[in-house]
Write a protein that binds this ligand. Structure first.
Ligand SMILES: [Zn+2]
Length: 157
């Protein structure tokens, strides 16, 4: 389900629109975890959109295996992505420097505050999940050949 997180009128009649794609499993439980994938704050780094696309594609093929919620925010800086520019064309601002934003600030600060509110940052990751997420990061580093643990070293001889 596509949900509009930010919709703001811009001076030239354009709109700043930031959306998320919420994908929920068929076996959704009330206490199930929620994972947010957030990318696209630098408009010249399009790898994040590919990862969002591929993750969403695989999740939708296997909804019967998913018991939680995955929220994908593919484009935090859609105006920058439109012109393949690192910063937002609104004031040449680096979106990564705008967070956590402010409801009373500039347009981008307001957008950032709305995103942070939607992400519910900091109130979902229990220590139990935290260690599993760290394990996942190390698994990615193994895939990239950046990390070998003791077992890998022993297997190598
Ligand atoms: Zn970046």
């Amino acid at each position: 389900m596509i949900e509009r997180i930010v919709e703001m009128e811009l001076p030239a009649g354009e709109k700043l629109i930031i959306e998320k794609n919420r994908i929920q499993g068929e076996r959704l439980r009330p206490d199930a975890a929620r994972l947010a994938i957030v990318t696209g704050s630098h408009g010249d780094e399009l790898e994040g959109q590919y990862i969002c696309y591929e993750t969403a594609r695989r999740l939708k093929e296997g909804l019967q295996f998913l018991s939680g919620t995955v929220d994908i925010y593919p484009a935090l800086n859609p105006l920058g992505i439109d012109v393949v520019q690192r910063t937002s064309p609104l004031g040449n601002v680096d979106m990564n420097r705008v967070f956590p934003g402010s409801p009373d600030g500039t347009l981008l600060e307001q957008a950032a505050a709305r995103i942070v509110e939607d992400l519910e940052v900091g109130n979902r990751i229990s220590p139990e999940y935290g260690s599993r997420i760290v394990d996942g990061i190390f698994n990615v580093m193994k895939l990239l050949g950046m990390w070998k643990d003791r077992e890998d070293m022993l297997a190598q001889g």
